[in-house]
Design a protein around this ligand. Structure first.
Ligand code: NI
Length: 169
């Protein structure tokens, strides 16, 4: 078991754009195992590799109550989005303690590789759809607070920097 450290907003490494995974091999299997450990340890429902400073297109998600139903998405691509969208309250392990509304598609279909390197299409709605969109944004270097007004975003940046200074003491 390896719990990785999670980058905290506004760390500039969260803005890096992830590259596609070239081969689903033992290295990626280890990364996925470590990302699951990290997500469960942090009590999160999703984690993108970007957040652990690995800039490859890998996501782990688990929205189950029992925390025993992980979904692994490698090189995810949205192949369909619903016409309808809604405002959803979101949080992020990289922005602890901050929750705010983001407009997301109600449902998405995502094509990705699984850990066996097989292509699968996941049809997601509600919380799972929101989570997939949130984590895919991370792979594009986008944290959810970037959707908020500049005023709110700056307040959050100030708050995060202050918290990080206090942690470093
Ligand atoms: Ni996040």
């Amino acid at each position: 078991m390896a719990v990785l450290s999670i980058l905290c907003y506004p760390d500039p490494r969260l803005e890096k754009i992830a590259k596609p995974v070239a081969a689903v091999d033992a290295r990626i299997a280890q990364l996925v195992a470590d990302m699951k450990d990290t997500m469960y340890d942090a009590k999160g429902i999703g984690l993108a590799a970007t957040q652990v400073d690995v800039h490859e297109r890998v996501i782990v998600i688990d929205i189950s109550e029992e925390r025993d139903d992980p979904l692994v998405l490698i090189n995810p691509e949205l192949v369909w989005t619903s016409p309808a969208s809604h405002l959803n309250e979101e949080g992020c392990l990289s922005v602890p303690g901050i929750y705010d509304g983001v407009q997301r598609f109600d449902a998405v279909h995502v094509r990705a590789l699984d850990l066996d390197g097989k292509v699968r299409v996941v049809e997601a709605e509600a919380l799972l759809a929101v989570c997939i969109q949130h984590e895919m944004d991370h792979l594009q270097g986008k944290v959810f607070v970037e959707y908020l007004s500049p005023l709110k975003r700056n307040r959050i940046k100030t708050k995060m920097r202050k918290a990080q200074r206090e942690d470093a003491r």
